[in-house]
Design a protein around this ligand. Structure first.
Ligand code: RET
Length: 296
């Protein structure tokens, strides 16, 4: 038998058929030790920051607690999301098929499964509007501007989620482009309208707003860049992606929060919110008793 094969090999000009077809084993791109440890570290940072923000909230009168509450909610949502990612619950695989063209063989297809941490997008849907609310209230923006900023922000995150899970390259970058346009609306509301309206406040608040909104916009702009080289083009591995987002998230939430609250508490004459926020319905109800009397 071996002799026959040898003779065939010598007389035939046809190359032997490869026994392994390239690309037929799927490739899994998933987090390793570095990624997992990073998720746990950020979970602890978010937990400690949340506790600190709640303590800071209780140390000021309820009328002056708005920023504290918003900021504590932001790190609380992030803590839950990091826990979900660390225990592998907030993650799914995105499957893509890469066509590999060969010169003398039919095309082969490589299947790649990459982890997508969808818990991030749930977190961002809840926390980026709250971060925007912090900044919009600081600037003194009106309801219409705040609504546009928050809705644009939600569109940005949701189209980003579609981009992360879509299979085809064309739609992926289409979703990404939509998200970037929505992001520009957010930048416009904060950077243009916010900056304009804050000039009506005292000089200290205006300077502080410029600094913290500038910091936020620079940080937020790095997110789509990381997305582009991680989920988008898969040029960095899942561990590097986790570490990059971890650094950004710590800067965008706990560091942002401590900066905002310490500065806010140190500023004299900070806004005091009375009415429903501080007293519930009780006082409003008292007024309506008189209404009934009038009608009688
Ligand atoms: C995506 C991908 C699509 C294009 C754009 C994005 C922007 C995301 C941003 C996220 C900000 C997150 C923050 C989290 C805080 O912890 C969705 C990545 C524009 C700006 C501030």
């Amino acid at each position: 038998m071996t002799g026959v094969m040898e003779a065939l090999r010598k007389t035939s000009s046809i190359a032997p058929i490869p026994t392994v077809v390239p690309g037929d084993t799927p490739e899994y791109q998933k987090a390793g030790d570095i990624g997992n440890r990073t998720l746990w570290v950020v979970f602890v940072i978010m937990l400690i920051s949340s506790l600190a923000f709640y303590i800071m909230a209780f140390r000021v009168p309820v009328q002056k607690r708005m920023f504290h509450i918003l900021t504590a909610f932001i790190t609380t949502f992030a803590m839950i999301s990091y826990f979900a990612m660390a225990v592998n619950d907030g993650v799914s695989y995105n499957k893509i098929t890469i066509k590999q063209s060969q010169k003398h063989f039919p095309d082969t297809f490589q299947t790649v499964y990459r982890e997508v941490y969808w818990a991030r997008y749930v977190d961002w849907c809840l926390t980026t509007p709250l971060l925007l609310l912090d900044l919009c209230l600081l600037a003194g923006l009106g309801g219409a501007h705040i609504l546009v900023a928050v809705v644009a922000d939600l569109i940005m995150i949701l189209t980003g989620l579609f981009a992360a899970f879509t299979v085809e390259t064309g739609p992926k970058w289409g979703w990404y482009a939509m998200a970037c346009i929505a992001y520009l609306v957010v930048v416009y509301q904060l950077g243009y309208n916010g900056r304009g309206i804050v000039q009506n406040k005292d000089k200290k608040t205006a300077t502080f707003f410029s600094a913290i909104a500038g910091f936020t916009l620079v940080l937020w702009t790095v997110y789509p860049i990381i997305w582009g080289i991680a989920d988008g083009s898969r040029n960095i591995n899942v561990d590097a992606e986790i570490v990059a987002y971890a650094v950004l998230d710590v800067l965008a939430k706990p560091v942002f929060g401590f900066w905002l609250l310490f500065t806010h508490d140190a500023m004299s004459g900070t806004a005091s919110i009375e009415g429903f926020w501080a007293h519930g319905m009780s006082k409003d109800g008292a007024i309506r008793v008189g209404d009934d009397d009038e009608g009688a």
